[in-house]
Each structure stands twice: as structure tokens, then as C-alpha cells.
Design a protein around this ligand. Structure first.
Ligand code: 3UK
Length: 516
């Protein structure tokens, strides 16, 4: 498909946009002009929405938000499950110049109280399923709120025509709260152009998403990863999005794949692990998939291998962030290396720097910084955090990386999760990947713990496929397995067995909670 009129990308992948535009037009309205009105934009277990219906409902939603008293520039906090109304609200707001802020829907009421106050939003819209956490927050604050069902009723009464409010490509467009491992969430402010950049540079040019693709993301729409996977990539290309509001499990995700036959599936390692365990018990029909994508945390090479063996499909690991908006280093169908994050997505610049800020020499570990046209402009209300993270147009990812001899980027952990063992930096992720390569292990987390001599050594916290296997014999076997595979000093000196690991809502292991 050709790019929407007025939008171009130069040979070095820099985006060209009109001086004044509204990004809802190329993502939504353009499909009517290009004859896709009757094409299916969204499928769920309950309903099917065509592009014509989507465009009309986006207009109605924008008008309903204006009637609710919001003005251009105002924020709307939308705590909405994965369903078509998420699209109506998000794009309706943007088309009317209102700034949608879709936070994680799995938070607790004090988190929402914080976000409502921090964002200074003029309206909260929420799915009734989340009333138990949202309503106590609303009760403490003086902010108007509507359920999604009430808003859908207001939409019926609203006009189906809406003039897009024109903006500059770098004007504020939407926010995403980043789920930092420590401290309060930070509102990353994204511009109009950012979704154009991620959809074209990663969606189209790396994944090869086209109009023929059916995209299904187990990662939810409130997560920048899910937003691209399940909303902006299919809308950018005129493809179809498949949505499910349930908590993703092997059963629900396999049922969705068998029913809706997506061509691309997007998951996270913490879901691929139980999916693999389930596939090893009973086969499922995943033959519609042409590609699977993984992000959020590093995908162990062993999981890549087992998935390929069971399904015939590769899992393309890539690293993205809320601040960068989507994947900036990724594997691709014609060029992947299991156990790595792949290579920079063309259009994104990546640098690995040492503590002094100098580029590391070949192969050494350091902190990853990136430069991206899709990067957030700043954090709302957090000038110090902005200054720390966004420096001279570069974004500090907070991740430690090195490059292998062929230039593939190898993830070594959050910079602040790294261990120094015997004076040598040691990546918890490398030890975790080794542990999950053992047949008894489902998942593992590694943290530093002081030994009798007060020296930091790796400790493994392990979830087993069969909890009954736990015991001294398995501990010895796991230690031997690591000693065999890794540099000897890296083997875990202690192994603790737990039923599950603490994780963020987006599936990242919270190693800081496991440190003693
Ligand atoms: C970690 C990874 C190793 C890494 C995200 C794809 O995860 C996303 O955004 P968040 O803001 O977290 C960012 C941090 O998560 N990470 C993400 N992907 C990988 N580590 N391998 C990976 N493949 O620490 C990074 O700094 O929640 C992922 C697209 C959009 C996203 N927002």
C-alpha cells in the first residue's frame, strides 16, 4: 500500500508530514477515501466493526467528548478494556484535539487517584469492570466521569460528522504512563507523528504488515506494545485487529487464534512460557500465523527453539519502550538470531555507552541510548526525570546491552539489575536463560545475594513445571547445568522454589521485589 497523501519517508527513514494535520485522518478516515469502507477493521468474540462504522463512531465519540465539556488540549483518562470502544474513544479524542491517556487497567485505586491528579484530566471514562478500583478514586476527587456504556449512549445522540482539529506533527497527541520499576508512574507525552513513525518503520518495514494481515495481540492496548500491535499497525495498513478483553492464558489465546485465524500473534515471554507448556501436552491449530512477535522482556533462545519446533513459526524478539513507543531493535523474518534482540530498526539510532559516556569498544557491555522520531517529548510534571532520561535528543533506555560479533544486540538486564560477581558484571538474564533451558524449569529470576563473606553471588528463584520436582537433587542438577553452560562464577549459589514470580502488569519480572 502507498503512504497516505502528504506523508513521506526519506531514504534515511525520516518522516515527512504536512505542517498542519490530524493523525486520526491517515489512521481512520483515509480508508473510506481509499475504498475500504466495508472492510473489517475490528473483530471480537461479540462483534465485527467495518472501517466505515469505525470512522462514524470515532466522529460520534469525539463529539460526545466535546459535549461532555472537554476542550482541545484537555486530557481524558480512559481506563478501558480491549474492545472497539477503546478505538472510538482514543481516535475520537485525537480527532477533536483532546489528549487521550489510557493507563494500565490492572492498577489499584491509589494509582488511579495519583494519575487523575497528576494528569489534571477533565474527564475519566472507564469500563464498568474496573469500577471497583476507579470509583473509590473518583469519590476522593472532583472530576467528571462516565462509564463506557454511558459514553456509547451519548454517542448515539451525537453528530456523525467531526472536522479534524489540525495540529503540528510535534504537538502533544496522547500520553502513556510508563510502568517504572521504582517510583511513581511517569506520563510520557507523545506527539502526533509518533504512531506514524512506529507503524511505518517497524510495522510495515520490519514486520511487513499489510492490508491482508489479521493482527492479534495478547498484550493489551493500554501497553505501548499492544497499542502498536493491536491498533495502530492494522489501522495504518488497512488490516484487521482482533481484540479480546479476557486475561490472556494459553487457553484463551489458542481459542482466539483457532477462531479468528490471525496472521500475526504478539505475546510476551511470560505468556509464551505457559503456552509452550500447554502445547507440549496437547497440539493446537496455529497454522494461520505467519509470524509471532515477543517484547517486554528478553525471549530465551530455548523458548524460540521449542516454539519453532511445535508451531513451525519463528518468534521475533524486539525491544521497545513506552518512551520510544514501539520496538527499536528487533529481529526480522529474513534476519534473526535467537537469544538476541536483533538489530536496530532502520530509522532508529542506537549507541552503547560506558560510565563516562563514551561509546564502548566492540563487544563490551554498556548502557543503551537511542535516538528516535517516535520518542516521547517529555514526562508530564517531571522535569528532573525528563532531564535524566532525554538528553540532547537521545533517550536513556536504562538497559545494559552488548553487541555480538555480527552486530546483534544482546540484552543483559536493566542497568540497575546487573550484579557484580567477583568484580565482574554479571547479567541476571543470562543465568535465567540458562535455567529455563533445563527441562524442569518453567521460569526463573536471578538476583544478587550476599554470601558469608558479604560478597554478592547470584541466587535463583525458580518456578517449576512440576512443583513436586523441588528438592536437593534438582538444586544440584540446576547448579551443575549452569556451571556446565555458563562461566563458572555465574552459577546460582542458592535455588529457591516458588509457585510464581512477582511481575508488572506487562509481564516483566520485578527483580527488586526478590532482593533481600
Ligand atoms: C524491557 C526488553 C529485553 C527493557 C515495550 C515493545 O516493554 C515495553 O515498554 P516498557 O516501557 O518497558 C521498556 C523496558 O522493557 N524490554 C522490553 N522489550 C524487551 N528487554 N528484551 C526485550 N525484547 O528493560 C526496556 O527498557 O513497559 C515493548 C514495544 C513497546 C513497548 N512499550
Amino acid at each position: 500500500m502507498t503512504l497516505p497523501s502528504g506523508i513521506s519517508f526519506s531514504a534515511d527513514h525520516k518522516v515527512g508530514l504536512p505542517a498542519r494535520f490530524n493523525v486520526a485522518v491517515p489512521f481512520v478516515d483515509r480508508h473510506l477515501a481509499e475504498g475500504r469502507g466495508n472492510k473489517v477493521a475490528i473483530r471480537t468474540r461479540q462483534e465485527t466493526v467495518t472501517y466505515a462504522q469505525l470512522a462514524e463512531r470515532v466522529n460520534r465519540a469525539g463529539n460526545a467528548l466535546l459535549s461532555a465539556g472537554l476542550k482541545p488540549g484537555d486530557r481524558m483518562l480512559m481506563v478501558v478494556k480491549d474492545c472497539p470502544a477503546f478505538f472510538y474513544l482514543f481516535w475520537g479524542a485525537i480527532k477533536a484535539g483532546i489528549v487521550p491517556v489510557p493507563p494500565n487497567t490492572l492498577l489499584r485505586s491509589p494509582d488511579y487517584t495519583y494519575m487523575i491528579e497528576d494528569s489534571g484530566c477533565g474527564l475519566v471514562v472507564y469500563s464498568i469492570e474496573f469500577a471497583g478500583e476507579i470509583e473509590p478514586a473518583l469519590a476522593q476527587l472532583d472530576v467528571p466521569a462516565l462509564t463506557v456504556d454511558a459514553l456509547l449512549k451519548d454517542m448515539d445522540a451525537a453528530s456523525d460528522e467531526l472536522e479534524p482539529l489540525l495540529a503540528a506533527p510535534t504537538d502533544d497527541c496522547f500520553w502513556l504512563y510508563s510502568s517504572g520499576s521504582t517510583g511513581r508512574p511517569k506520563g510520557a507525552v507523545h506527539a502526533q507523528r509518533d504512531m506514524v513513525v512506529t507503524s511505518e518503520l517497524y510495522g510495515v518495514r520490519v514486520l511487513g504488515v499489510t492490508e491482508a494481515d489479521i493482527c492479534y495481540s495478547a498484550a493489551k492496548l493500554f501497553f505501548a506494545y499492544g497499542q502498536g500491535n493491536g491498533m495502530t499497525f492494522p489501522l495504518w495498513t488497512g488490516g484487521t485487529a482482533v481484540l479480546d478483553d479476557r486475561r490472556p492464558t494459553p487457553d484463551t489465546t489458542f481459542e482466539m487464534i483457532e477462531t479468528f485465524k490471525p496472521t500475526i500473534f504478539y505475546g510476551v515471554p511470560s505468556l509464551y512460557a505457559p503456552q509452550l507448556a500447554a502445547l507440549e501436552k496437547a497440539p493446537r491449530d496455529l497454522s494461520s500465523l505467519r509470524a509471532c512477535v515477543s517484547a517486554g522482556e528478553a525471549l530465551p533462545a530455548d523458548m524460540f527453539r521449542r516454539w519453532k519446533e511445535k508451531t513451525g513459526t519463528v518468534i521475533l524478539d524486539g525491544i521497545g519502550s513506552t518512551e520510544a513507543l514501539h520496538i527499536f531493535i528487533g529481529n526480522r523474518l529474513g534476519d534473526f538470531r535467537p537469544g538476541t534482540s536483533g538489530k536496530p530498526v532502520p530509522g532508529y539510532e542506537c549507541r552503547i555507552l560506558d560510565e563516562t559516556g563514551a561509546a564502548v569498544s566492540n563487544g563490551a557491555s554498556g548502557r543503551l541510548w537511542i535516538r528516535a522520531e517516535s520518542a516521547a517529548k517529555y514526562y508530564w510534571n517531571k522535569p528532573e526525570k525528563t532531564a535524566e532520561t532525554m538528553v540532547d535528543g537521545w533517550l536513556n533506555t536504562g538497559d545494559t546491552y552488548r553487541q555480538d560479533e555480527d552486530g546483534y544486540f544482546i540484552y543483559e538486564g536493566r542497568s540497575d539489575d546487573m550484579l557484580k560477581v567477583g568484580g565482574i558484571w554479571c547479567s541476571p538474564v543470562e543465568i535465567e536463560n540458562c535455567l529455563v533451558g533445563h527441562p524442569a524449569v518453567l521460569e526463573a529470576a536471578v538476583v544478587g545475594q550476599a554470601d558469608e563473606q558479604e560478597l554478592i553471588k547470584p541466587k535463583a528463584i525458580v518456578v517449576l513445571k512440576q512443583p513436586d520436582d523441588a528438592g536437593a537433587a534438582l538444586t544440584d542438577a540446576l547448579m551443575a547445568h549452569c556451571k556446565q553452560t555458563l562461566a563458572p562464577y555465574k552459577y546460582p549459589r542458592w535455588v529457591e522454589y516458588v509457585p510464581e514470580l512477582p511481575k508488572t502488569a506487562t509481564g516483566k519480572i520485578q527483580r527488586f521485589k526478590l532482593r533481600v
